[in-house]
Design a protein around this ligand. Structure first.
Ligand SMILES: O=C(CO)[C@H](O)[C@H](O)COP(=O)(O)O
Length: 225
């Protein structure tokens, strides 16, 4: 993990934000730098409305006086800048290390241009060294855990400060080790069909660009359509 690479990627990503747009604000230590930069742009007169992907991001945006709007009052988001835990050459992602995958995926699903920012450590040949975060309703945590083992997934209930981790929606997160994933799209489809899973952290066909900091350079990788 390299903080300067995160900063460089974030500074590049904010050039995607234009006046008058609705902007999705991601969650995590990389998105933090983009939100901070957008805050400075707002202070200098940029007019946008933003949708935060977590309560932590909402607080950060409020601190920077970034005007917020309600996702239920809009139909599309022009551009979203968010981080990722891993990405591959097809711009398939694992997200949810920060626990915000549900709102992040909802926001991504109505975003025109989804820009992912990352340091170079996030680029992988095959997804799966980072365990796939899966948001489950607490009632179903063990039910889902057993169903995941049928897919060769070893699930651990996420904890924080010695307590079970609770998401912004009051759910739990299972961090699931599937080993290296040969076909992330097929796994995502299988997870889509498990009752009790609210959402999973495999983001397939959602990223339009990944901006990755590499040393003091920044590489912009566009999705192949
Ligand atoms: O998906 C996320 C939060 O749910 C984050 O974008 C992801 O965990 C990357 O975080 P960071 O930029 O801190 O490495």
């Amino acid at each position: 993990m390299n903080e300067q690479e995160k900063i460089n990627a974030a500074l590049k990503a904010v050039s995607f934000v234009k006046p008058g747009q609705v902007v999705g604000l991601g969650t995590g230590s990389t998105a933090y730098f983009a939100i901070q930069e957008i805050g400075k742009m707002v202070r200098e007169g940029l007019e946008i409305r933003a949708i935060p992907t977590s309560e932590a991001t909402r607080q950060l945006a409020e601190k920077w006086n970034i005007p917020l709007t309600d996702i239920n009052d809009i139909s599309t988001i022009d551009v979203t800048i968010d981080g990722a835990d891993e990405f591959n050459s097809r711009l398939q992602l694992i997200k949810g290390g920060g626990g915000a995958l549900l709102r992040e995926k909802i926001v991504a699903s109505i975003t025109g241009t989804q820009v992912i920012i990352a340091d170079a450590s996030k680029q992988v040949e095959k997804l799966g060294a980072f365990r796939v975060p899966i948001e489950v309703i607490p009632f179903a945590a063990n039910v889902v855990t057993r169903k995941l083992s049928a897919l060769n997934g070893e699930a651990s209930l996420r904890a924080k400060n010695d307590s079970t981790y609770i998401t912004d929606q009051g759910n739990n997160i299972l961090d699931v080790d599937f080993g290296l994933i040969d076909d992330p799209a097929a796994l995502a489809k299988a997870l889509d069909h498990i009752t009790g899973i609210v959402e999973h952290g495999l983001f397939i066909d959602l990223a339009d660009y990944v901006i990755v900091g590499k040393g003091d350079q920044v590489e912009i990788i566009a999705a192949k359509n």
